[in-house]
Structure formats: structure tokens, C-alpha cells
Design a protein around this ligand. Sequence first.
Ligand code: ZN
Length: 555
Amino acid sequence: MPMKNEHPAKGWAAGFGRVSLETPHLNQDSPENHVRVNRKTAARSGLKIKSGYEFYDRGITGSKNVRLPELERAIAAVVDREVEALIVPALDRLSRRGMRHVGEMLDAVEAAGGRIIFGKEGLDSGNPGSRAIIALLAEQARAEAQALSWRLTTWQEGCRLKGKWTGKRPYGYLVVDGRLVHHPDEAPIVRRIVAAFLGGQGCRQIASMLNDESIPSPNTARAEEIRARGRQPKNQPTTWGLSTVSELLRNPVLVGWRQHRGQVVLGPDGQPVSFGDGILEPGERDRILAERDRRTTIVKQSPLTKWIGGTTGEGRPPRYLLAGLATCETCGYSMVGHNRPERGRVVYRCSTFINGYTCKARAHIHSDVADEEVCRQLTARLAAMKRSDPILGTIAERWRQFTMTGDEGERAQLRSSRRAVRDRIVDLEEARYIRGEFAKSDEVARWEQMMERLKAQRDAIEDALHELGPPPDFEIGMLLETHLSRDAWDATPLAQRRELLQVATDRIIIVPAHRQRKLPASERVRLLLAGEDADAESLGAEQRALGRWARTSTR
Ligand SMILES: [Zn+2]
């Protein structure tokens, strides 16, 4: 029977160790070493390590506020009085977070009548006076960790500005001497993904295409590499998914640029820093971004109010020519395509039947009839127009705006630099006026300098853009011949026909059928060509060209 005040687990200790993966090559820490040192320390203190009480945290840093699950269990063993002491190989293995963290652990342990023994330092928290030394050493361990992390940060920053790639290799690339070079197997896959996306495929479709071909996902490829180097990868193998593809397409590394905290890393000249041989040209990336924007539509109506005003994911490629483009004459809402396989046809219906709004006379028309009639009216009317017709001028202008955003070369690069600089200006303004990061007078002075530099950069880019002049004039005759003639129309893919409709028309109105008398198709489909609908014009050409106008229904 133990004496009063005697610890119920007298003579028993738990051991704890920790290896961080930050600098595995720099330290000699290993589970085996820690276990050996802990056992030696236990023996020296007249204790034995209880079986099943050796705890180990692997790959977790001791300097950040993250949970160390095994350390928590080790402390709990002392607090629950399952052992009387916790043995650690060295103070910095217990914590690098300073006296406060160490002190909290000491308090908890002491309250339970336990102690912590530090092997390397030869300290026992149960000895009077040792706490002050532990406090000092705890702060020292913290300072070391901060110095190390500061050195790492400044080193990485220096590398970034010099265009030296540090850290994991991005998908599609190898890193050779800090520079990105194309990965022989992955770079062609990246190109395929980009081509498929620009060709109108959705990210989900692309992902399943890659999975069908058993192409390893970026995660799997990385895990296999780690395994090939004889280490156990942390991540489980995965397949391609919507987000894998969409993240890949969004990443500026496609053109050899690096993203840091959500921004493209810019050099002192305000130009993106190149980290090597990009798989794409900057102009191609611009096309991807424009395509993403185009596919993202604003939700105007939804049974879930929280969706309204948000964006609809990546947008499915549409299946029907007039879905979302045609509107119901009665209520002004857009029409949706509705497949009726039992009748072997697709119909467009006033969308109020989905969202529950009322419409006194819902328009409803067979898609083949409507598609054909739209094509007939559009091509016939355009063909009959004089070249000087203002409608043709409007179409040309919209088409130019719509396609020239993907203009390659210098203009595209300047535009993306301008965007980046503008983002930085906004960020800097937020930093001062919203986040309050520049409060003291010397900070304000620094802020003003930074702002001045950014504005100078922006002006320089604007000047360069101005010098380039406006994009080349667009010849409407070409468009009429290659896309907007009767013959060309049928040969044009669906996605492009929809783009053309959005550029060439303001509204496509479907008149509900009358029971009493049958209306001919030419009266059931009404086309307002570009510039004919004054209401739609006020929305702005760019917005229309992006396809958002079609969702705005006037009631
Ligand atoms: Zn309606």
C-alpha cells in the first residue's frame, strides 16, 4: 500500500520525442536516438519507462501553434498520474514556442505531482530552482526557431526575386538548378488539358477523360516519386477531379510565373518574374482566364436565396443552342432546354416552371423549329444588310471586344501586368485603410513611397499599352463569310454558335403558341439584332459579350 502523498505510479516514466521534417538532414534526431537517450535519462533518475508509454510526434514543427497529439497524450499520462515523470531528450524537443507553452505544461504536470526531465540539459522540473533555468532555455529555443524561420523566409524571398524555384515541383515541370523545365510526360498532359478546356470541355469532363486513360493525378505522381526515393508518402493516391483540373488551369506556373500569397511574384520592374520555361505563353493564359470568366455566370434566380448573386461553378458546356439565350415573351424569363426522349425531341420552355414563378402563358417551342428559325432570320437579315448598317458596326465592335481579350503577345502581357499592379494597389490601400497595417508616421511614409512606385509602374504600363495603339481593326466581312452565313452556321460548333448569337443579337424572344390559331415559326421567334434593343444596350457591350446578359431577365 503506497504511503500518503506518494505517487501512485512511483518509479515509472513516460518518454516523448519529436522529429520535425523541416530540416531532417540537419539534425541527428531520430526516434531511435530519442528512445535511447530517454531510457538512459530514466535510468540516471532512478526511473523506468513504462511499456506503451513512449510517445512520438513525427514531422510536426515545435515552433508553431499546432497540435502535437502524441505530446498531448504524454502530458495526459502524467496529469492522470499513470506515470510520475515525463522524459524528453532535450528541451527544444518538448517545445520551441517559448516559456508560456513550456510553463503551461509544467503547471499541469506539477499540479498532478509529476515532473518533466530534460535529458540533454540534465534538468528535472521537480528540483527547486530548475524552473527559472527551464524558462530561460525555453525562450532560447524559441529564439532559435524564429531565427531559423527568418533565415528560411529571407532565403525563399531572395530566391523568389531571382526566379529560383524553391519547394515542391509544380505539376508539369521538373526543377533543375532552381529553374523550371518541362516534365517529359506531364507537360504534354498539361497542354492537352488546356486544349480541351479552350475547346469547350468542362473541368469535370477533362478529369474523367484523364482518369479513363489512367493518367496519374498530380498527387499520385508526387506520391510515387516520394516512394521511389524510399520514403513513405503522407498523401494517399488520388484521381483527377474537377478541382485538380481547375486549380491547374488557374495556376500562373503554367507560364512559368510563381504565385505567392495569391499574387503573381513581380520583379522590381513590375513584370512577373520568370521561374523558367513556361508551358504556355502569357497570351494563352489570358485566354484561359477569359474562358473561365465567360463560363462563370452570376446566379440571378434560385430557390436557395444564398446562391443569388454568387457564381455558378465552372459552368457546364451548354447542350442546346438557345438554352438561356431565348426569353419567354410573356414573362421575360429565359427559356431552358428540356429533353423529352419519349417524344424524341427537345423543347425550350419558359424557365418559370423550374423556379416556381408564375407566368400567365409560358412559351414553349420545339428546339429544332426554333434553332432553324433563329438561324434563318439571323443569316438572312445580315446577308441583306449594307456594310454601313449600324447593326453590323455594333456586331463588329462586340466581336472585337469578345475575341481580342485573348490577343496574344505584348498587349496581353501588358494587360496582365496592369492587372497585377492594380491588384497590388488595391491590396496596399486595403492594408492601410481597412486592415490598419500602416499606422505610425514612418509606416505611412513607407506606404506612400510604395504607393508612388506602384502608380509609376502602372503609368508606365499604360503608356506602353497606349504606344501599342488599339487592337487591329476588325473586318466584319470576314466574320459574315466565315461564321454568319447560312452554310458556315451549320458547320460551326454549338458553343461557338452560342457565342455568335450573344454577339449578334440583343434578344431572342419566343412567343407562346395560341390554341385558336397556329402561328408560323417566323412569328413565334423574334430576333432583336445587336443594337436593336435599347434596354439590353444599357447593360454594356462587354457584359453582354461575356454572356451574362442572357441571364438578366426583364419582367
Ligand atoms: Zn414565361
